[in-house]
Design a protein. Structure first.
Length: 437
């Protein structure tokens, strides 16, 4: 469920007109619905209630990489969420909004010494460790600081998550985790390191997973693997099952959280460990939109192009993954009221169009060969399901300033990230002081 709908031809986010926000704050513009974020978080929390046994509620650690806006992090923190971070910068952001370090987990294959030191000094819950060398490095740094580092070893179960190759992390050929046979040797070794407390196992097989079967297979492998860990002396208190829960971009194929939870809860409860989850896209993906304005409509040969002021620098997912996003005018002449239409259900005038941006790359597009209502210069267009991996992956390519971000709650709307200026583009640069000739 999200709170974007049309009222007499005018797109609204909760109780606020998208067109009015665009006129006030300009475009490109990201807009988020607080109500949608909260509803998605609560649905996931309720679905996994009792995951670690009746006496242990799961710890939900929102995945900061999906959308690291401070207002979203504050909303998550106030709702009781912990945080899954993959850099020192993400941990800094989480702590800035008052996050409890004991509800923060640090993942990622390439943690540097400064990040490890920072996380140890702040007292995070655990590191999700990806290799022997990383484990040795954490042990060394923890010893220097006089601390004991809590870790979970990330294992690779060699399960196909049936998602895009670039966001598939559970197969043996990816850089993530260690295979199960090697993991046992690392676990034995970890128990000899005096500055390491091996407390958990971490498994995360990918992102935008729309079926339950990969989760079922993964949890079955974990249920068999944890007793093997105990046989070699490890006391596994936590199982971090990652995230990756898919959302609806086009077809309503992604399984609801309750279906995923129902399929794996019996297995999780038998393991009797504290369960951690790392949702990101599931929480914020359908809670955000990108609003852009048509600059020009161009025809060349038999092709029609709608050129917008937002581009791959603002939302790179279509370029990077050939990802589908529903796109529709902010205002419709039909006076439509209700859910966002799609090209299949639309019965009004239409034209097959490529929706593209201003960037000097052929890969700068949001949609190709898309059936759309007629668009003209100045029209506002909405790219839906842009709340995850949108602004977070944006750049200043072609020296375009990053867009503004606005949060809506009911009838209230507030800028949560100011639009960058031309001056912002140069803020950290300088012209060399010596002669280059």
């Amino acid at each position: 469920m999200d709170y974007f709908s049309y009222s007499r031809g005018d797109l609204k986010v909760e109780d606020v007109s998208v067109a009015e926000l665009a006129e006030k704050h300009g475009t490109p513009l990201y807009i988020y619905s607080a109500r949608t974020i909260l509803e998605h978080f609560r649905k996931l929390r309720d679905a996994f209630a009792g995951a670690g046994g009746l006496d242990q509620e799961p710890v939900i650690c929102y995945s900061v990489k999906a959308n690291s806006n401070l207002s979203i992090l504050k909303l998550m923190k106030d709702e009781g969420s912990g945080f899954d971070v993959v850099s020192g910068g993400e941990l800094y952001r989480a702590l800035k909004v008052g996050a409890d370090p004991k509800k923060c987990v640090f993942a990622g294959v390439g943690k540097n010494d400064e990040e490890i030191t920072y996380a140890l000094e702040k007292g995070i819950l655990l590191f999700n460790v990806e290799s022997e060398e990383e484990l040795a490095n954490i042990d060394r740094i923890a010893g220097r600081l006089g601390k004991k580092a809590s870790i979970a070893l990330r294992v690779n179960p060699d399960v196909d998550p049936q998602t895009h190759t670039y966001i598939s992390t559970g197969k043996k050929e990816t850089k993530f985790g260690v295979d199960l046979s090697r993991a046992k040797r690392i676990i034995e070794w970890a128990q000899t390191l005096k500055n390491i407390a091996l407390n958990g196992i971490h498994v995360h097989i990918g992102s935008q997973i729309t079926k339950v079967e990969p989760y079922v297979e993964t949890m079955q492998r974990m249920a068999a693997f944890l007793p093997e860990c105990e046989k070699i002396g490890a006391k596994i208190e936590m199982l971090d099952i990652g995230g990756g829960f898919g959302i609806w971009y086009k077809d309503k194929l992604a399984k609801p959280a309750k279906d995923i939870a129902a399929s794996i809860l019996p297995t999780l409860q038998r393991m009797k460990t504290r369960i951690l989850l790392e949702p990101g896209r599931f929480i914020v993906g359908n809670a955000g939109i990108l609003v852009t304005r048509v600059l020009y409509v161009k025809e060349s040969g038999d092709k029609k192009f709608v050129i917008c002021d937002a581009g791959m620098n603002d939302l790179i997912r279509p370029t990077l993954y050939s990802a589908y996003h529903r796109i529709w005018p902010v205002k419709t002449d039909s006076g439509h009221t209700g859910e966002v239409p799609d090209e299949e259900s639309w019965g009004g005038p239409s034209a097959v169009t490529d929706i593209v941006g201003p960037i000097c790359e052929s890969g700068d597009f949001f949609a190709k060969e898309r059936k759309m209502p007629p668009l003209k210069r100045g029209d506002l267009v909405c790219v839906f399901s842009a709340g995850a991996y949108g602004y977070a992956m944006s750049s200043n390519y072609n020296s375009h300033p990053r867009p503004c971000e606005v949060m809506v709650a009911g009838k209230k709307a507030e800028v949560v990230t100011a639009r960058e200026s031309m001056e912002d583009l140069l803020r950290n640069e300088k012209i060399v002081s010596f002669s280059l000739t």
